[in-house]
Design a protein around this ligand. Structure first.
Ligand code: 4NP
Length: 147
């Protein structure tokens, strides 16, 4: 049974905190533990990218209390499921996953095959926050349906 989900991207200021906020809102009342982290640690302790927060706010989601943190070895035992936004995130996670740890590590978008893509593009560079938000919402609903 999946009781806890950690969303992971590179910086933990765009894609994964958006997924955390959306998934927490959709899963309201299910008693799941939901968090997000980054593989890089570049923005440790900082708030989400204002472009991501603004997009979320315009759609009724609140990212204001989320702070960036780097994924840790302990996360692989603290979470049942770790969801990677792109293949590089997935590789970085499997590279540091301690042997024998419990978490399943998976890509996000294959939960929503109708999207026709496997990776969430990085809006930090592409500045396509509305498009990325749409993907995250669809995949979040699909993931929640599967848990
Ligand atoms: P994220 O996007 O992985 O979706 O949070 C990025 C955020 C910051 C950087 C790269 C990607 N950066 O280079 O600082």
């Amino acid at each position: 049974m999946t009781r806890s989900v950690l969303f992971v991207c590179l910086g933990n200021i765009c894609r994964s905190p958006t997924a955390e906020a959306v998934f927490r809102s959709l899963a309201d009342g299910r008693g799941l533990r939901i968090d997000s982290a980054g593989t890089s640690g570049w923005h440790d302790g900082g708030p989400s990218d204002p472009r991501a927060s603004a997009e979320a706010r315009s759609r009724g989601y609140d990212m204001s209390s989320i702070r960036s943190r780097k994924v840790t070895a302990a996360d692989f035992d603290d979470f049942d499921l770790i969801i990677a936004m792109d293949r590089q995130n997935l590789r970085d996670l499997t590279d540091i996953q301690p042997a024998g740890s419990k978490a399943r590590v998976e890509l996000f978008l294959p939960y929503a095959p109708d999207l026709g893509r496997e990776e969430v593009p990085d809006p930090y560079y592409e500045d396509n926050f509305p498009e990325v938000f749409d993907m995250i919402e669809v995949a979040s609903r699909a993931l929640l349906d599967k848990l």
